[in-house]
Design a protein around this ligand. Structure first.
Ligand SMILES: [Zn+2]
Length: 325
């Protein structure tokens, strides 16, 4: 059990601190086709069916459990202070230069904050890195959900190095399935397909170890709990989940469809339907329910391999579409 405090500045500044505590359990897995086709229609998502073990104080709690990050911003004086009490978090705060006339619009830039969201079943940390403008357009990127599909980690690494355009708040999770990644399996250490374990449209599927085993219930896995807790805290406007190796992005409609097409254009991926599985409890469906106003969340199916240039191209595409939200 690990507690973290994630913070998100309000859009007009002032002090905002939120706290959450999560639990994380096990993992282990195998390969996949993350199809979200006919059984994953946009707009038919159900509200989250459960409440993960999250503690979310509404008032600032400067120091609680394992990781605590507190940011205080005074818009009048544009001073920013940050204190961090955690063994896993390093925080650098670089206040944006304030010039006359911009006092009310500038926001501090957090160069990088790393927090531990929780632990996998085998005790591996699941971490998130925050970059960019607190309170900006919030974008969450998950490099790995299926342990044997880890090309997305290179995209996360590229996103840690590129400058983040003003107005974008990035949350980067290199891997939400470190045990599956270590074992080279799709599932977590409990044999659960984490991409069938989310609460939206969850349904029982398979047996432990099956490629689509959905777990004993929605959000039964610590890795799922960790991601839900983070998402409920930061409410991303856009969530991207990387998979392999179908080399496509599933089509969608509305703004969600436009962003997918834009991302596809920037990366050379075709827009093609993903099909062949049972798409209950998928992460991308759930992530479209999390934002206050029409959240966008989709799976990017990379190819079998991703070059360094390809990873950078994807990272630049993430930033580009984020700036267009
Ligand atoms: Zn996958």
């Amino acid at each position: 059990m690990t507690g973290i405090v994630a913070m998100k500045g309000c859009r007009t500044c002032c002090a905002v601190v939120a706290a959450l505590a999560l639990a994380v359990a096990a993992c282990s897995g195998d390969d996949e086709l993350d199809r979200q086709g006919a059984t994953d229609p946009v707009g038919t998502v159900d509200p989250p069916a459960m409440s993960p073990a999250i503690s979310t104080p509404t008032a600032p709690s400067p120091s609680t459990t394992a990781a605590t990050v507190t940011t205080s911003v005074d818009t009048t004086t544009t001073t920013t202070t940050t204190t961090t009490t955690t063994t896993t978090t390093t925080t650098t705060v670089a206040p944006t230069t304030t010039t006359e006339g911009q006092t009310s619009t500038t926001a501090p830039t957090v160069a990088e904050t790393e927090v531990e969201l929780g632990r996998s079943a085998e005790g591996r940390p699941i971490t998130a890195i925050r970059r960019g403008t607190p309170g900006g357009t919030t974008v969450l990127v998950i490099g790995v959900i299926h342990g044997d599909e880890d090309a997305g980690t290179a995209i996360v690494e590229a996103l840690r190095k590129l400058p983040v355009p003003a107005g974008i708040e990035l949350w980067l999770v290199p891997s939400m399935n470190p045990d599956g990644q270590a074992a080279g399996t799709r599932q977590n250490a409990n044999g659960v397909d984490l991409n069938r374990n989310f609460p939206t449209n969850w349904g029982p599927l398979g047996q432990p170890g099956d490629w689509q085993y959905a777990g004993i219930g929605p959000v039964s896995e610590p890795e799922t709990k960790a991601m839900i807790a983070l998402s409920e805290q930061v409410r991303p406007d856009l969530t991207l989940w990387y998979h392999q190796d179908l080399f496509r992005i599933n089509p969608s409609t509305g703004v969600d469809g436009e962003i997918r097409r834009r991302y596809a254009d920037l990366t050379g991926l075709p827009i093609l339907e993903v099909s062949g599985g049972t798409y209950t409890g998928t992460a991308s469906q759930w992530s479209r329910t999390i934002a206050a106003e029409g959240g966008i969340g989709f799976t990017v199916e990379l190819g079998k391999r991703l070059s360094a240039d390809g990873a950078r191209q994807h990272a630049e595409a993430v930033l580009a579409v984020s700036g267009e939200l």
